[in-house]
Design a protein around this ligand. Sequence first.
Ligand SMILES: N[C@@H](CCC(=O)N[C@@H](CS)C(=O)NCC(=O)O)C(=O)O
Length: 224
Amino acid sequence: MITVHHLNNSRSQRVLWLLEELGLPYDIVRYQRDPKTMLAPPELRAVHPLGKSPVVVAEGMTLAESGAIIETLIERYGDGRLAPAAGSPEALRYRYWMHFAEGSAMPPLLLKLVFGRIESGKGMPFFVKPVARMIAGKVRETLIAPQLKAQLDFMEGELGKSTWFAGDEFSGADIQMSFPIEAARARGGLDASRPRLMAYLERIHARPAYQKALERGGPYALLG
Ligand SMILES: N[C@@H](CCC(=O)N[C@@H](CS)C(=O)NCC(=O)O)C(=O)O
């Protein structure tokens, strides 16, 4: 049996979706974010030292890091599904997007979230607020916004080459890429001006396995 340690509104939703796509049975152990800090509760550290979601336990192995989890589950249980044939041009793209999602796409989205909070000045002493706002605004303008724009343009262009990120077949790379694209929709400026990415979101949301994973995982909303 596969156990998914699932944090609400988090990357572990991707793993539930993958398991639904593969039609595998699994158990869910649920964790709730602290409503103030949005951090995972300390109990998750009992499963993995970093206490981040997702963590999966399967066949006695404790797996962390979504890309590694997705690749491992597909290799072990995919039976040729959801990954391109080794050595094909699609396999190269599959690997690229599998790494791009967390290695390149997520960092500016996380910075946007953190600096957005600083810019809001919430919970800060009044005399610090103007300086904090000015610095955070500068970082947003000069560092975060240009990166987000460049990445969105790039992804929009890539989806002009094939239906899915690794080629014409849906794959684990699409599951991995779903999180940054959903986060970009929530807070990274993704809107109707990038029709391919918007259509892509609609396509993934319409998949029965995606819907099923939502039913199992519970309400899913990414921070705006
Ligand atoms: N790169 C890691 C990121 C893991 C991560 O940061 N997970 C977030 C949930 S989306 C988390 O656990 N946040 C709560 C916390 O940091 O306490 C992965 O893809 O698994």
